[in-house]
Design a protein around this ligand. Structure first.
Ligand code: UDX
Length: 438
């Protein structure tokens, strides 16, 4: 099959490369000429494990192409995926659909034979109807169907998520389009991944429901963690105790500094707005968003408390800046709110992240970025673990202890054990577990 992927960003690039790996002929289109030139030269604009190899292999096999010419790519395609950004609109939290609608207009002008137009971007319910209307208005003669096929890719694990999905969701009432989608995903389908057909609107809503549910699960365990700290419980044991119940499931029950990233914050807000607009507010998600926002600042207060109530003039070492490991993505990273609050309280920040520093420089001022965890600890009055990169899981703790001005560690990801930290002599606090003093 021939595929055109509109938008060579995170989702477009991963999906395009993986479809090519299945044997389809894929052309990725982007309006940013510099990005297309870089991709043609073999440079991948994002950090995603395994992506560079898949791109290189499929370019070499002449199954994956890059261009700025949408018209050429679309004219040839059996399926055209819209994988452009849908950021939060400034001010009201609604998803900004201007890129999606522009793509629809451009596609309309270029459609040749029967074409399946697929929205891969996360879009509010009813967007597919509007995309269909735009194309129909521009090209009353065109033969096409508009399908919703949301992605469930996690950054850092996107290739594996694409190739071994829990399910593939296809929202379409058009039988011919369903057949094209089945053909496109055949390698996965043959591999037992459930292919779920729904109406277009249901598929659009399902994506938001999935992300909002996961954000709720995280926020729930975070609040249980706060209670554990007050009553002397251990949140990891609680998570295991509830997670072994199949009805609950053990994933997404890691307490931490609150969720961030490019999806959960934006998608929960968009769902809230859609629900309010339709007179069916989802109050549980409204609360989740408010609780998660407050949580990030509360984490800064935790650090201040660990230093006896003030960080003025103190140096705080920060390990991990990205919103999660294995990405360079800083969007809505908890580190931003935590570091800003600590700076407001008078702290000097020295930070290390294996991949995120370049992006962090764009959003965080007055931070001393260093090249290793040990440099971050050197002379610091406290060391805060914000992102659970594997490289932080087996630090030479005695060396860290010797380097620090004061042996205070605040572990917001619970990657160390209170007893081992106490044994080395750290004053150690974490999330939803007992504090320990060495
Ligand atoms: C998410 C969804 O998982 C994916 O299906 C969707 O398509 C896009 O959004 P992503 O944002 O890449 O993917 O990251 P994810 O691994 O889901 O983590 C999101 C945030 O939740 C991170 O800030 C992470 O640290 C946090 N999190 C996750 C927790 O705090 N605790 C957990 O138990 C799980």
């Amino acid at each position: 099959m021939r595929v055109a992927m509109i938008g060579a960003g995170y989702v477009g690039l991963v999906s395009g490369a993986c479809f090519a790996d299945f044997g389809h002929i894929v052309t990725c289109v982007d309006t940013v000429a510099a990005k297309i030139e870089a991709l043609k030269a073999g440079q991948i604009p994002i950090f995603e494990p395994g992506l560079a190899e898949i791109v290189a292999n499929n370019v070499k096999a002449e199954r994956l192409f890059f261009t700025t010419s949408l018209a050429e790519a679309v004219a040839e395609a059996d399926a055209v995926f819209i994988a452009v950004g849908t950021p939060s609109r400034r001010g009201d939290g609604h998803a900004d659909l201007s890129y999606v609608y522009q793509a629809a207009r451009d596609i309309a002008g270029a459609i040749g034979r029967y074409t399946v137009v697929v929205t891969k971007s996360t879009v509010p319910v009813g967007t597919g109807d509007e995309v269909e209307r735009i194309i129909r208005e521009t090209r009353p003669d065109a033969e096409f169907a508009v399908v919703s096929n949301p992605e469930f890719l996690r950054e850092g694990a996107a290739i594996a998520d694409f190739k071994r999905p829990d399910r593939i969701l296809v929202g379409s009432e058009d039988e011919r389009a369903r057949q094209v989608m089945t053909e496109l995903y055949r390698p996965l389908y043959l591999n037992q991944a459930p292919l779920l057909f729904t109406t277009r609107r249901t598929a659009e809503l399902t994506k938001y429901a999935a992300n909002a549910f996961l954000a709720t699960k995280i926020t729930f365990i975070n609040e249980i963690a706060d209670l554990c700290e007050q009553v002397g419980g251990n949140v990891q044991d609680v998570a295991r105790g509830i997670g072994l119940d199949n009805r609950i499931g053990s994933k997404f029950l890691h307490a931490g500094p609150g969720y961030g990233g490019s999806c959960f914050p934006k998608d929960t807000l968009a769902l809230i707005k859609t629900a309010q607009d339709h007179g069916a507010p989802i109050r549980i998600v409204e609360t989740v968003v408010a609780v998660n926002d407050q949580r990030k600042r509360a984490m800064a207060r935790k650090v201040i408390a660990a230093l006896g109530g003030s960080v003025r003039g103190r140096t705080v070492g920060v390990l991990g800046l990205t919103f999660k490991p294995n990405t360079d993505d800083m969007r809505d990273a908890p580190s931003i709110a935590i570091i800003t609050a600590l700076q407001d309280a008078g702290a000097r920040i020295r930070a290390h992240d294996p991949e995120g520093v370049e992006q962090a420089r764009l959003v965080l001022d007055n931070v001393d970025y260093v090249d290793s965890p040990y440099q971050a600890a050197d002379g610091a009055d406290a060391l805060v673990i914000v992102t659970e990169w594997d490289a932080f899981r087996a630090l030479d703790l005695r060396r860290i202890h010797a380097l620090m001005a004061r042996p205070v560690v605040v572990d917001l990801r619970n990657i160390y054990r209170p007893d081992e930290m106490a044994a080395i002599g750290f004053s150690y606090s974490s999330v939803g577990r007992e504090n320990s003093a060495g």
